[in-house]
Design a protein around this ligand. Structure first.
Ligand code: B12
Ligand code: SF4
Ligand code: SF4
Length: 355
């Protein structure tokens, strides 16, 4: 069976087949097994970091030896069940990247992986030393997923699967079992296409498969804690949080991206659903800390904190706002955060220049 295909009936026999079937049953969209060991792309990671492309994400420098070899993050672990969970690439574009519109995927995937862990212990009849990883440890998850056969590294750096595209999260359950691995995904299906590189508004994909995160809108609106660089502010356009552009233009998503399942926890929550960039930016700028805590409870958008979201909202209003937004921006000039005041003032200046 290829890792891309859901099982099609018949009694599952080996432990590997039963694990795959159980993981699909828990709702994962792709499942692959791999043996842990040295990461093939460790050198690509080191070169990327050495070029300063990680920006302020200093945490990526920690646990370097663990990142280079997936046997190290969880002592004793020998294999990984690597999974993908689709977050709905067919949902319409919007000011918030699709992955961040609903509930936080870390919690959802970790819980499902814990359930899989308990199920495996039941199947083998003894405790299994294991641990779920979803963004939480020093693991090169795209590397691990390619190794487990889930897809190839697109030129936009995302892992792409030929059946479902790239709008999916990656997670892994490390276990101290010796599981027969799936074949790594060897092909490069990008061919001569360069659509993602051409479409990136900030020219962040500096070479095929190399992303200067400090230019990436996803980084600028989520990870960066300080001001938005002047050169890039205008290019952020109407994006309040995250960016999907290099995935939206990818032919593999145009063709194979999926609809969100009914009742999916990744469906847009009320504060975001159906809102255009201006309306959302205005709402965010007017939020108190209490409103923020209530509206973004269990949301990945909490990561930017209210000050980061307000900075982004001001940048978006600078780009697409009108004189009708002067009121909310003027009130933001009294925000306790200098970062917010600075970007609100810049936005007011821009609107004044344009009107
Ligand atoms: C830091 C980080 C970011 C940073 C930097 C991203 C980057 N491309 O470097 C920022 C904040 C910009 C970011 C953005 C996004 N991220 Co992010 N991010 C991560 C994180 C925590 C670490 C990634 C990392 O180590 N980057 C350093 C680079 C060097 O590694 P890499 O991107 O994984 O690239 C690998 C390959 O491309 C390959 N490679 C690199 N160069 C070369 C060159 C050659 C020649 C070859 C053959 C291979 C190769 O080796 C690298 C290391 O294994 C991972 C989770 C994890 N622990 O892995 C999630 C993760 C990669 N992100 C994810 C997502 C969903 C996103 C966004 C789509 C969110 C959004 N909509 O805004 C965007 C996509 C932007 C993009 N084009 O990549 C998913 C990706 C799922 C997928 N299908 O690929 C992950 C795996 C989280 C998860 N658990 O699901 N992210
Ligand atoms: S996520 Fe957006 S800004 Fe980042 S590389 Fe892709 S298109 Fe460029
Ligand atoms: S847009 Fe083209 S080059 Fe970029 S990841 Fe998709 S197939 Fe590869």
């Amino acid at each position: 069976m290829t890792p891309a295909a859901a099982p099609v009936g018949g009694a599952a026999r080996t432990l590997e087949e039963r694990i795959r079937a159980q993981a699909y049953g828990l709702g994962f969209d792709l499942v692959g097994l791999t043996t842990l060991g040295p990461a093939e792309t460790a050198a690509a990671f080191d070169a990327w970091f050495a070029r300063g492309y990680a920006g302020e994400m200093h945490y990526l420098a920690r646990w370097a030896a663990e990142r280079r070899d997936s046997r190290r993050p969880h002592p004793g672990a020998r294999s990984a069940v690597v999974v993908a969970l689709d977050y709905g690439g067919r949902s319409p574009s919007g000011p918030v990247a699709r992955y961040a519109r609903g509930d936080d995927y870390h919690d959802i995937m970790r819980e499902k992986l814990r359930e899989l862990h308990r199920w495996i212990e039941g199947e083998v009849g003894h405790p299994v030393n294991g641990r779920p990883y979803v963004d939480t440890g020093p693991v090169l998850e795209r590397d691990l997923a390619r190794r487990a056969g889930l897809g190839w590294f697109g030129k936009n750096t995302n892992l792409i699967n030929p059946h479902i595209g790239s709008f999916f999260f990656i997670g892994a359950l490390f276990v101290d079992l010796e599981l027969a691995p799936d074949a790594p995904f060897q092909a490069d299906r990008c061919g001569r296409c360069t659509r993602c590189i051409d479409a990136c508004p900030t020219d962040a994909i500096v070479e095929p498969r190399v992303l200067d995160a400090t230019r990436c809108i996803s980084y600028l609106t989520i990870e960066a804690r300080e001001g938005m660089p002047e050169e890039l502010r205008g290019r952020v356009g109407a994006l309040v949080y995250g960016c999907d552009i290099c995935q939206e233009v990818c032919p593999w998503n145009v063709r194979f991206a999926r609809e969100l399942a009914d009742g999916s926890p990744f469906a847009a929550r009320e504060v975001i659903a159906g809102k255009g960039a201006r309306a959302l930016a205005r709402e965010i700028l007017a939020m108190s800390q209490e409103d923020f805590a209530a509206e973004f409870r269990r949301s990945p958008m909490k990561r930017a904190k209210l000050r980061g979201l307000k900075r982004n909202a001001a940048v978006v209003l600078a780009n697409v706002g009108t004189t009708e937004d002067v009121d909310v921006l003027t009130r933001a000039l009294a925000d306790p955060e200098p970062l917010v005041r600075e970007h609100a003032a810049l936005a007011l200046g821009r609107i004044a220049d344009d009107s």
